[in-house]
Write a protein that binds this ligand. Sequence first.
Ligand SMILES: Cc1ncc(COP(=O)(O)O)c(C=O)c1O
Length: 394
Amino acid sequence: MNALSDRINNLSTSQTLAMAALARELKAQGKDIISLSLGEPDFNTPDFIKEAAKKAIDENYSTYSPVDGYVDLKEAICKKFKRDNDLDYKPANIVVSTGAKQSLYNIAQVMLNEGDEVILPAPYWVSYFEIIKLSGGTPIEVPTSVESDFKITPEQLEKAITPKTKMMWFSSPCNPSGSVYNKEELTALCKVLEKHPNIYIVSDEIYEHINFSGTFCSIGSIPGMLERTITVNGVAKAFAMTGWRIGYIGAPEFIAKACTKIQGQVTSGANSIAQRATITAVEADPKVLQHMVDAFHKRRDLVVGLIREIPGLKINVPEGAFYVFPDVSEFFGKTLKGTKIENATDFSMYLLAEANVATVTGEAFGNPNCIRFSYATSDDLLKEALRRIKEALS
Ligand SMILES: Cc1ncc(COP(=O)(O)O)c(C=O)c1O
């Protein structure tokens, strides 16, 4: 008998984490690797949040919290949802979890039955596909391309819907494309969803604040959508708190209750100190993040400009997050310095071997023509990485 379950044997390893681990390993062997593979801000957590955590330790927040999160944290999250997103949630709609990743896993576990279909506009964040599969769901990919700014159209959505469609999951700003759906685009998608009232939406807004478009729209704020939307957010990206592991949802109460039920059996709730610090984070005026957002904006312009100078790479101008997702398909079928490039994975591995630059293949995100660069690193490293890539492709 196989010692490991079919469940785990059928699960793919996170390719972003795998590439980051490979880059670390090569670095440890003495190779001068520049890693543009991981989705992690290169800033430190702001001091005022660190102070709140220290205070929580001194005040002995050392016991189990309520499974769904401290009440005052849930109240602060409701205020944040109102302030930033025009979403009317009450504490009973909120569940705090160990990162947005766990929030998403909870949702899949409590909502999906075997064979339920989940529409995934592609490219999608790596873990959606595997979390949905792990929970018995069937991911239905809806492809987009650099030409459509990696956004789906209402017609594509309509076509993807079947009697088995249970949900649609998407992120805006999107990891990996950086695309941001504006209010008009979301309203047009909602027109289609109006005809299919049984479909629930997971709106992953973890990059909400890292947005250069000047506006942000939560799909749950569009009339009729709040009761069928699960809004996912967290502090990892905007507040440079990836390691603190706090995410949260706003959801219809019965879904929030179900997520609390599973969390009660699996984790007993998120880390108490990190939750206390998160109160300070979500209560803060988002203006405190402006220096980071400005830095990402500048780097976006730098990276897009440098990529445009490399013949064969096609790129749009992403409006948020800290990723670019150039189309590299021009190189497929070509041989570069003795290496045959058949697909985006070959291309990404070629850049690792020839340019010592770690990226992630678009295949991990459901788009086989592109690769993802994270620009959450210094201007100097970005310039050097793009210089090396240009040389390796020349
Ligand atoms: C779109 C998206 N959602 C969720 C997450 C996970 O966030 P957390 O670190 O809070 O689990 C990530 C992290 O990379 C992400 O890119």
